[in-house]
Design a protein around this ligand. Structure first.
Ligand code: SAM
Length: 207
């Protein structure tokens, strides 16, 4: 009993580990060194990412123009036990006023098509995105019908529309997660435990 509790605690912890902005930046920028156009005109989908909390969302939105993205889609998973605990709205930027309105407990989808200096203060930052989302102009911010599971029909529809999936998926569902990416023939950059490469499902894919 005690052992299974411990295993569960470990699983939850791994499933709920948030990725640091600097690590995402280093990884993505390594691809740019290889090919500066690698993300150009691409639809990026972060499908395990609460936009309120995810540094993947933060990174891609702040670098939207630099990477030349066509669209950024992020969907959150409703029952996240750490929702709004590890990172604040759009990271730790205290200068931002919190968005009012839709309840945060819902699974949400954000679809970003346009970024820019909306408030006219001379620079583009997360404040502009917050304002733009509030006005719902060009970009879409809506609750999902379901819980945001990456396997749900609505998330699979978004997956089909995307070119590259980038995220740190739940560790406990890693094999299923990777299988889905291959089933839909998606390019991806995902974080996984090193042990995953030795599993009988993952190793043949690498081979
Ligand atoms: C390891 S955390 C990483 C969070 C975020 N991607 C990051 O890197 O900061 C995994 C995330 O997947 C979410 N999650 C768990 N099960 C999921 C599922 N079935 N479908 C989609 N997301 C899920 C969790 O709520 C959690 O936010």
């Amino acid at each position: 009993m005690a052992n299974s509790n411990l295993t569960n605690a470990k699983k939850v912890k791994n499933d709920e580990f948030y990725t640091q902005y600097g690590d995402i930046q280093k990884e993505i920028e390594a691809y740019l060194e290889y090919n500066p156009e690698v993300f150009k005109s691409k639809v990026i989908y972060c499908n395990c990412d609460d936009p309120y909390e995810s540094n993947f969302f933060r990174y891609f939105i702040l670098n939207f123009e630099k990477l030349g993205l066509k669209q950024l889609i992020t969907t959150s998973y409703k029952p996240s036990p750490v929702a709004n605990k590890q990172l604040g709205l759009f990271g730790d930027d205290k200068t931002l006023t919190k968005l009012k309105g839709r309840p945060k407990i819902n699974a949400n989808k954000f679809i970003i098509n346009v970024v820019g200096d909306i408030d006219g203060d001379g620079e583009f930052n997360l404040k502009d995105i917050a304002q733009q989302l509030k006005e719902n102009k060009y970009n879409e911010w809506a609750p999902l019908d379901g819980d945001g599971d990456f396997r749900s029909d609505e998330c699979v529809e978004l997956l089909k529309e995307s070119d590259i999936v980038v995220t740190n998926p739940p560790f406990s569902l890693f094999r299923e997660y990777v299988k889905q990416l291959f089933d839909y023939k998606k390019k991806f950059v995902i974080i996984g435990n090193m042990n995953a490469i030795t599993s009988k499902e993952i190793f043949p894919l690498i081979k």
